[in-house]
Ligand binder design. Structure first.
Ligand SMILES: [Zn+2]
Length: 185
């Protein structure tokens, strides 16, 4: 359940990241995948965050982690046979969700010439502001990183899951995962 992959770069303050948490939740809602507020927070509390109280790097990286962890929570809440899901399937689809969140993020928001997030109007880095050049570059970097990751679970799992989503749509992929425990080919 605790996803070590997320730990290498993502660290956040639970209260401060509430606005971002809501953004990610809205992203799921937009996909017709509502996530009960209590569960993922507990998941976050009981998971990696409570053990490492550190502070934020930035909104994009924190959002990627939340979108990823929220998918683990969603799968559990929706009765997916977690024990039977191969890690490359459960992790793969979670990376797909964070990738889709990132794509959505990169498409939304207005461009600005702000060079650094610290210059944006909000002092809370998790409140969505104008997309800075820094965030844009960081977003592209992370997309590239996810697309090219050499790892049978997070890399291959993501690529297989994402290819399936492009081919069949997210809803069908999830249905197939639930009944077959795998991605449709
Ligand atoms: Zn994970």
């Amino acid at each position: 359940m605790i996803c070590l992959e997320c730990l290498d770069s993502s660290i956040m303050d639970v209260d401060e990241c509430q606005p971002l948490y809501q953004d990610v939740q809205n992203f799921y809602k937009g996909l017709n995948m509502e996530v009960d507020k209590e569960i993922p927070l507990r998941l976050v509390d009981s998971g990696f965050l409570s053990k490492i109280i550190l502070f934020s790097l930035c909104r994009i990286v924190a959002g990627l982690t939340l979108a990823h962890e929220m998918m683990h929570g969603w799968l559990r809440l929706n009765g997916f046979p977690y024990g039977k899901l191969d890690p490359y399937v459960s992790e793969g689809i979670s990376v797909v969700m964070s990738y889709m969140w990132l794509e959505n993020e990169m498409m939304s928001g207005t461009d600005s010439n702000v060079a650094s997030p610290s210059l944006s109007s909000s002092s809370n880095p998790y409140i969505k502001g104008p997309r800075s050049q820094f965030e844009r570059k960081l977003g592209e970097f992370w997309k590239c990183k996810m697309e090219n990751k050499v790892c049978p679970i997070y890399g291959d799992g993501f690529r297989m899951g994402y290819a399936a989503v492009l081919k069949y749509g997210l809803k069908s992929v999830l249905e197939h995962m639930k009944s077959e425990g795998n991605f449709p080919r």
